[in-house]
Design a protein around this ligand. Structure first.
Ligand code: OSB
Ligand code: MG
Length: 374
């Protein structure tokens, strides 16, 4: 079976979040989402989603740089060409194009979905996944005061989440975490700084050690593995890296240097499912647990993340919240749900993504559509 892409449809949809989501570097109220649809010459089709945000506040890429990269450089490398398997697509994109990992991931991941569709297999199986259900954690945005955060953390526990992650930044950290820990003495808690701190803040960050956090995620700037390693030596709490981990080699560097004891894997951040599997394998080889991060994806991106998170070393709860946490209504059926004990079921009983894209709803939300062909 050869993978051939005869036509690519890029669309931008606008999907308002039910609640604004604030991280240290900015707030998101509505997601502008770039969707990718691939068609093989015989009519098989598959969907994927680009995770880039509207502003370059998480990574240098944005939805607009991704659209440009896909149209100008990446789509022409795939259109009209045959691939023996989806795993060959990533290397074909990497050879002539540096960086632009989120744009590459959108195309590469959709090729994996197409391979799964054509094989009549669930994407999770094609990726090598084994887990039938995955524990779910929630990521709570920065709130205006500790009481507001406590309220949301209590609601999250009541919903059954296996882990509650609090976004922090200077000025919204120790007092906020203290209040939540007091209200939820036994809940698995973690924090995520999205690179808001400086190496000089080590002493301040050490104040978090007393809250028994499962991890502190990405305290320092993404490039700086060495100072993460120095910080880890000063802290009891494990560090987890997100933005810093851009490839399997970088994951290996981080682990060997002692910059992280846990790794967050987002396939969109590392260039797709192929490199995400590579990061997973490197970490497994070093005894480093991983979990699947989220980028406020629609139900399409979530399908890809859930499939990936079924791989064996995803032993910690992922940011895989159900559709209703983000959207009034998702763009897939069935919508993503979570069991009362905080698990998401991997759709091993259906081929491809395991969900159906609601095409009418996507059409209604589309603000821009472009068709690419050889
Ligand atoms: O750092 O994990 C992050 C959202 C946007 C940008 C960065 C991050 C996040 C999240 C969202 O934490 C998690 C989710 O999708 O539920
Ligand atoms: Mg993060």
């Amino acid at each position: 079976m050869t993978l051939r892409v005869a036509r690519i449809v890029l669309r931008e949809i606008a999907l308002p979040l039910r609640e604004p989501f604030r991280i240290s570097s900015g707030v998101t109220r509505e997601r502008r989402i770039l969707l990718v649809e691939l068609f093989d010459p015989d009519g098989a089709a598959a969907w994927g989603e680009c995770v880039a945000g509207e502003h370059p506040n998480y990574s240098p890429e944005t939805i607009d740089t991704c659209r440009h990269a896909l149209k100008a450089w990446l789509a022409p490398l795939v259109l009209g060409r045959g691939f023996a398997r989806a795993a060959d697509v990533g290397p074909a994109l990497d050879a002539p194009v540096r960086g632009h990992r989120m744009a590459k991931a959108a195309l590469e991941m959709t090729c994996w979905a197409l391979e799964a569709e054509m094989a009549g297999q669930p994407l999770a199986a094609v990726l090598g996944g084994t887990r039938r259900e995955i524990p779910v954690g929630i990521s709570l945005g920065i709130q205006s005061n500790p009481a507001a955060l406590v309220e949301r953390a209590l609601a999250a526990r009541a919903e059954g989440y296996r882990r509650v992650k609090l976004k922090i930044m200077p000025g919204a950290d120790v007092a906020f975490v203290a209040a939540v820990r007091e209200a939820l003495p036994d809940q698995v808690l973690s924090v995520d700084a999205n690179a808001a701190y400086h190496p000089d803040d080590a002493e301040h960050l050490a104040e978090l050690d007393r809250f028994r956090l499962a991890m502190i995620e990405q305290p320092l700037e993404p490039e700086d593995l060495r100072r993460h390693a120095e910080l880890q030596r000063r802290l009891e709490t494990p560090l987890c890296l997100d933005e810093s981990i851009t490839s399997p080699a970088r994951a290996e560097d981080a682990v060997v240097m002692g910059s992280a004891r846990i790794v967050n894997i987002k396939p969109g951040r590392v260039g797709g499912h192929g490199p995400a599997k590579g990061v997973h394998d490197v970490c497994a080889g070093h005894g480093i647990p991983v979990w699947c991060g989220g980028m406020l994806e629609s139900g399409i991106g979530r399908a890809h993340n859930v499939a990936l998170a079924s791989l064996p070393n995803f032993s910690l709860p992922g940011d895989l919240s159900p559709s209703a946490r983000y959207w009034e209504r998702d763009i897939v059926t069935p919508e993503w749900t979570m069991s009362p004990d905080g698990l998401v079921r991997v759709p091993f009983d259906r081929p491809g993504l395991g969900v159906t894209v609601d095409r009418d709803r996507v059409d209604n939300l589309t603000v821009r559509r472009e068709e690419l062909a050889p």
